[in-house]
Design a binder for this molecule. Structure first.
Ligand SMILES: *Cc1c(COP(=O)(O)O)cnc(C)c1O
Length: 392
């Protein structure tokens, strides 16, 4: 096993050894601490690092914003999990997205999903519009709509799959082929799937981004974002520049918390997927439920796309009840094990009435509830939904 101190980004050494995801999640970016023999990763809080007598930095650490041991370890680990050449960690998911847009030029055009994460829409509309970035919001499930939205200035296509909160899946390979034929780069926001469930770089896209606040962190206690790049190319250099000169870096403790979470990611995702599938199948047969949106259901509009590009169908689902917002809110209020809260990807189950928190552009049905299915026993989760639905 190669060690952290071998240095270098991407660490192709571990991947070349043919290790599986469960093994990589435990070993990538880690080594026994040489000074102490500590098995668990240390936390280095130091912001500054010693120079050699000749003024050089043979250990490659100089100042915490530029490069930091905890962040370098995390970046190496996440790059390996996704099969990328390099990664950059940020203080939030939207900071990571912003760094990707900062790698473009004023006047460039970006195509993003019409039903995309509203935080990404805010980054484009409230920050990069003023900066001269052109943008279109398109329904990606139609390749014709995507094709029609492209202009000679289009430099980037931003995919989010599965989508929030309708869980529609976009064919990553097909969109990438269409974009690459015109010299357009493709970024996939892989937050809903995690690298365990979907590996977009292997499907041809150029960059993957995560809100690590969700599944990578997995415990609803650390905000962060990561960009992973297939190549250490010019665009990634610009993302790195936005990170070290812009300064939105992830703190040492937050890096450590994420490293603490990664080893269990493959196992957590397996249970998230199994539990969500179980709840989706339960809800689909319920007389009070008018629609269930989960890519693992054969009746889901993009089930075939999900089957082709995902390993498992993720831990997120949404469903609709008759009676609009009032009925949906009342149902959420009767749930005991699902906490009414935004965000997702933690060990505990959450429920969100999406229409009341989504932006004005949203067309999400008023009777829709989104579930982040946690790691509780599925029988208990089904029983909780049952009592809440029966009481209505
Ligand atoms: C939460 C989320 C983000 C933004 O992440 P923050 O960590 O909240 O900044 C981006 N994309 C998706 C799909 C998300 O769910």
């Amino acid at each position: 096993m190669r060690t952290r101190s071998d240095g270098g980004e991407g660490g192709k050494g571990v991947e070349a050894a043919g290790l599986r995801l469960e093994t990589l999640a435990i070993h990538a970016g880690r080594a026994i601490d040489e000074g102490t023999g500590a098995v668990a990763l240390p936390i280095h809080l130091s912001t500054t690092f010693e120079r050699d007598v000749d003024g050089s930095y043979p250990r490659r650490f100089m100042y915490g914003r530029n490069r930091h041991p905890g962040r370098a370890a995390l970046e190496e680990a996440v790059a390996l999990l996704d099969g990328g050449a390099a990664a950059a960690a940020f203080s939030s998911g939207v900071a990571a997205a912003g760094a990707i847009f900062q790698g473009l030029q004023p006047g460039d055009h970006v195509v993003a999903p019409a039903q995309g994460y509203y935080g990404t829409v805010n980054v484009l509309d409230r920050i990069f519009a003023k900066w001269g970035l052109q943008r279109s919001f398109v329904e990606f499930t139609s390749l014709d709509a995507l094709r029609a939205s492209l202009t000679p200035q289009t430099r980037l296509v931003w995919i989010e799959t599965p989508s929030n909160p309708m869980l529609r899946c976009v064919d990553i390979a097909a969109v990438t082929e269409l974009a690459h034929a015109r010299g357009i780069r493709v970024v996939v926001d892989n937050t809903f799937a995690s690298p365990v469930v979907q590996q977009p770089l292997r499907l041809g896209c150029d960059m993957v981004t995560y809100s690590t606040t969700k599944y990578l962190g997995g415990h609803s206690d650390v905000l962060g974002g990561v960009v992973v790049s297939r190549e250490n190319d010019d665009h990634f250099e610009a993302v790195r520049a936005a990170q070290v000169y812009g300064g939105g870096v992830l703190s040492p403790f937050d890096c450590w918390l994420l490293m603490r979470s990664l080893p269990t990611l493959p196992h957590r995702m397996r249970v998230h997927c199994a539990n969500a599938q179980r709840l989706a199948e339960y809800l689909v047969g319920h007389p009070r439920v008018t629609a269930v949106h989960y890519p693992g259901l054969p009746g889901h509009a993009t089930h075939h796309v999900a089957r082709a590009q995902m390993r498992g169908f993720g831990g997120m689902l949404s469903f609709e009840v008759e009676g609009g917002m009032k009925a949906a809110m009342a149902l959420a209020a009767r749930l005991q094990l699902f906490t009414r809260a935004t965000s997702f990807g933690g060990v505990e189950s959450l429920v969100e009435h999406h229409a009341s928190i989504a932006g004005p552009r949203s067309t999400v049905p008023q009777g829709l509830l989104r579930l982040s299915v946690g790691l509780e026993h599925p029988d208990d989760l089904v029983a909780d939904l049952e009592q809440a639905l029966v009481a209505g």
